[in-house]
Design a binder for this molecule. Structure first.
Ligand SMILES: *Cc1c(COP(=O)(O)O)cnc(C)c1O
Length: 370
């Protein structure tokens, strides 16, 4: 809890006073502690309800005997596996403690007081946080249909712009950008403006004109693509993500990176997960089927959703979402209100197991009709 009279605030860097901490989804253990509900379902953090694959789990367990050793600080094997997966050079890979860590590395390497970053209204919360934490200025473009308005973003790019943040698709709206407009936007950026394309939900997107921007790296030396093992690969607990970029950019990011930011079991599990395409396919198929059922169920309750290509839907409740979220908690269902994203009437619901989704829909019906 922030303490407004915190005496150390005067000692902190000036930009820290205005910083609002990231609010994560409520953990199941916390609900159990607070409300005594032991069989809750968590649909609040866009986790893979199937968890990780067996190969990743086995690789993790295999590390148990070696926990006394520091991890490979250069993450040699993991970077090589990622490079092979994308057909790039290992020198283009920067590993992170989650992709959030990579976003933070970009901010700490290229942002500082006096320069600016550009992102969209309703965009992922880490962009304003990372920008503000290093004392840079955020320029926020208005959204269009809840998604990124690239023309509005381009209009905010100036000689002070160092980073443009794009979530494709975006969390918490589930909206996405097609290849052609995104490519034209990147091509139009000045050389001093880096562009981060955050593809945390890449594997879930099935739209034919959705781009794999890792294929554009050779064309755009100012492009940084980020991916994560936290979503479709089901390794959220281990915190592994990565950035792909021109090797000269990666070299600077790696100067700032803590050498052991990705621990040894995480490196091993991530390598195994990359090789387990069957688990990715299973997870994507599950998501597609349940997404259809959840959106249909919400529609039956008279609730519309922002069309989403991710593993979550953001529903317009037509009334403040906070009280609905609280009532759902008492029903043992954890969802995510997104008022802090400028969407006070929306509730973000992750796609869970079939029985979890059924329970969420039933709880929501009870909550909305009583
Ligand atoms: C979940 C998410 C991430 C990934 O965060 P990790 O640090 O890898 O867990 C990155 N960007 C967006 C938009 C996300 O929703």
């Amino acid at each position: 809890m922030p303490n407004p009279g915190n005496p150390f605030l005067a000692l902190a860097a000036p930009q820290i006073a205005g910083l609002t901490p990231y609010v994560p989804g409520k953990p199941l253990s916390e609900l159990a502690r607070e409300l005594g509900i032991s069989s809750a379902v968590k649909l609040a953090s866009n986790e893979n309800p199937l968890g990780c694959g067996e190969a990743a789990q086995a690789a993790y367990v295999d590390c148990a005997a070696e926990l006394g050793r520091y991890p490979d600080g250069g993450a040699f094997a993991l970077r090589r596996a990622i490079a092979e997966h994308h057909g790039v050079d290992a020198a283009q890979v920067t590993v992170g403690n989650g992709s959030n860590d990579v976003l933070d590395l970009v901010a700490r390497t290229f942002l500082h007081p006096g320069v600016e970053s550009v992102f969209s209204e309703h965009a992922f919360a880490v962009y304003p946080l990372a920008t503000q934490a290093v004392g840079a200025t955020a320029r926020v473009a208005p959204a269009r249909d809840f998604g990124h308005d690239l023309a509005a973003m381009a209009a905010l790019v100036s000689e002070r712009t160092r980073v443009v943040w794009i979530a494709n698709p975006n969390n918490p709206t589930g909206t996405w950008l097609a290849a052609e407009p995104l490519r034209a936007f990147i091509a139009g950026l000045p050389a001093h403006a880096l562009v981060v394309v955050d593809e945390a939900y890449f594997e879930y997107v099935t739209a034919p004109d959705y781009p794999d921007t890792s294929r554009w790296l050779a064309d755009f030396p100012n492009l940084i693509v980020t991916r994560t093992f936290a979503k479709v690969y089901g390794l959220a607990a281990l915190r592994v993500g990565y950035g792909l970029s021109h090797p000269d950019l990666a070299e600077l990011l790696n100067r700032v990176r803590h050498p052991f930011n990705v621990n040894a079991p995480a490196q091993a599990a991530a390598i195994a997960a990359l090789g387990d395409r069957a688990h990715v396919q299973r997870s994507v198929a599950h998501n597609r089927a349940e997404m259809a059922r959840v959106t249909a169920g919400l529609e039956q309750l008279g609730i519309g959703c922002i069309p989403s290509v991710c593993n979550f839907v953001t529903a317009d409740l037509g009334r403040p979402a906070g009280p609905v979220e609280q009532a759902l908690l008492r029903e043992g269902v954890i969802c995510r209100p997104v008022g802090n994203y400028g969407l006070p009437n929306h509730l973000r619901i992750s796609i869970g197991l079939a029985e979890e989704n059924t329970r969420m829909l039933a709880a929501l019906e009870r909550v909305l009709t009583t």
